[in-house]
Design a protein around this ligand. Sequence first.
Ligand code: ADP
Ligand code: BMX
Ligand code: ZN
Length: 291
Amino acid sequence: MTTLAIDIGGTKLAAALIDREMYIIDRCELATPASKTQDALQVRLAELVAPFTARAQRVAIASTGIIQEGALNAINPDNLGGLARFPLVEAVTRLTRLPCIAVNDAQAAAWAEYHALREDISDMVFLTVSTGVGGGIVSNGRLLVGTGGLAGHLGHTLADPNGPRCGCGRIGCVEAIASGRGIAAAARDDLAGCDAKTIFARAQQGHAQAAALKQRSAQTLARLIADIKASTDCQLVVIGGSVGLSEGYLELVRANLNEEPATYRTRLSAARHQHNAGLLGAALLAQEVMP
Ligand code: ADP
Ligand code: BMX
Ligand code: ZN
């Protein structure tokens, strides 16, 4: 049984063919459409799956947003706007004529990373620092999804009551500060208009404002991790996403977490599956429900 896995993020879409041993046979990426309409997303998804559909028997989607009963709702419309109740499973089933499931991207990634652990851990949390900040919680060996799919949306917890307004409507969310979009939005002067990737590259070259923006993101994430430790008593936090996996970021988060009292510290590691955690987690979940 080969699974066509799809990862829908605020910046990029990925698709992969995954065999029953969870080996990635083929993979490709496209940019998320800039025009945030249902039609634009549907057209880009068609382009993404076309080379793979004939070789797959089922589809597994990991997507940014709240996924409930196969529909996608953006909690932060700035990341993937215009998608109030986008019928994701219905649309992809129509495109591929294959059975299909969908789950939140960070929840999926948490599941893949949990399965990749080589030691006896029952409680872990995955955080993606990417276009937004997403999360997935595994508690006592079970992935928390919640009754409405909201479980693990840790990027929308409070970081700073005087901070910037988040696209979700709250003020001072972790996501508004620590995410790729949050970092870019705070850039001033010669960094104004730069994306997080460019800003981090400048930080590596010793640019003071860029380094401060990177530190602000890492510190915000470390404080979130202390809160997560207090609420879940997790044994490990795994970090993914292009910001989270960038050079030196995890070490900076670790240094900031060491500023917190010992009770609130926990082990940190980079996602073993790197940028494929969402794809593999969705495929694993599909294998569980459609064996
Ligand atoms: P998605 O959110 O679609 O899953 P990514 O995980 O690639 O996609 O996250 C996209 C964000 O990561 C963008 O804000 C981009 O600027 C930022 N980014 C990509 N590469 C890097 C890098 N090397 N260093 C820092 N930020 C990066
Ligand atoms: C946002 C939210 C989450 C998602 C997280 C990371 C939307 C569209 N998405 O908090 O559901 O898990 O971003 O998403 O509201 P990514 O696009 O950065 O991978
Ligand atoms: Zn928010």
